[in-house]
Ligand binder design. Structure first.
Ligand code: PGA
Length: 261
């Protein structure tokens, strides 16, 4: 299957549980926005912790650098202490929501819960960035079955008409994420999985949806490896963790993405 990749790259910064101060969050956002707003070839999405969303929303100007959330509740019933609903996110101006990040899955978030989250977000008109990825790779390619099942189960019962243009898949192999990462996949490894993801989506929702769904790479992305994933790996974009906390590094990644034709 031939992969159609859109020209505008999507670069997402997942700040996770950082920084500790609103002042720092504002400074980080402002620095990234300054670069992002000059780049025609990139859509930048910054995903800060929930508590900073409203204030950072006030700093958004234009569509090149917007805000996303790192999570959203699977339910809209009020009795959910500590949860944040997709309705609330929508109301404060969030456009994208990361769903099913491996760090959330490690907190007992099952595919069933994730599929509910996806449905809640899409119902509100939010764009979903669904994270998938295997824990380990085996020689026999069993990990590919794991990825297929993760996609099937995470998108169970999701309305096909809501998915079009509103779903992004981020392939983040767990062994490549964070400080303890063992390695990173090669751009070719990514490309193979990206084709597998599109094929799975085509089987579930048809070719049109599959071709329209962007597939991003995530896991130890930095200014040194970004170009490989975007050009040789044909990634539609990148989901950046640690490097997104350093504006200089993140801005460099944005510039690299902008230079890819
Ligand atoms: P990392 O995180 O870039 O720090 O590996 C990526 C992620 O968890 O989304």
């Amino acid at each position: 299957m031939k992969i159609k990749s859109r020209s505008k790259k999507i670069i997402i910064g997942n700040w996770k549980m950082a920084p500790n101060k609103m002042k720092e969050a504002k400074a980080m956002f402002t620095s990234v926005k300054k670069t992002a707003s000059t780049l025609r070839g990139v859509s930048t999405i910054l995903c800060p912790p929930f508590v900073y969303l409203s204030e950072l929303r006030k700093l958004v100007g234009g569509h090149r650098c917007v805000i996303g959330a790192q999570n959203s509740s699977h339910s809209d019933e009020e009795a959910q202490t500590g949860e944040i609903s997709s309705k609330m996110l929508k109301d404060v101006g969030v456009l994208y929501v990361i769903v099913g990040h491996s760090e959330r899955r490690a907190m007992m978030e099952t595919d069933e819960i994730i599929s509910k989250k996806v449905r809640m977000c899409l119902k509100e008109g939010l764009k979903v960035v669904l994270c998938v990825g295997e824990k380990e790779r085996d020689e026999h390619g069993e990990f590919t079955k794991f990825i297929i099942k993760q996609i099937e189960d995470s998108l169970l019962g999701v309305n096909k008409s809501l998915i079009k243009d509103n779903l992004i898949i981020a392939y983040e192999p767990l062994w490549a994420i964070g400080e303890k990462a063992k390695a990173t996949p090669t751009p070719e490894d990514f490309l193979e999985v990206s084709i597998l993801i599109k094929k799975t989506l085509a089987d579930m929702f048809g070719r049109d949806i599959a071709m329209n769904t962007l597939v991003l790479y995530g896991g130890s992305v930095n200014p040194e490896n970004a170009e490989g994933f975007l050009s040789d790996g044909e990634a539609d974009g990148l989901l950046v963790g640690r490097a997104s906390l350093y504006s200089i590094k993140f801005n460099k990644i944005l510039e690299i993405a902008n230079s890819i034709k």
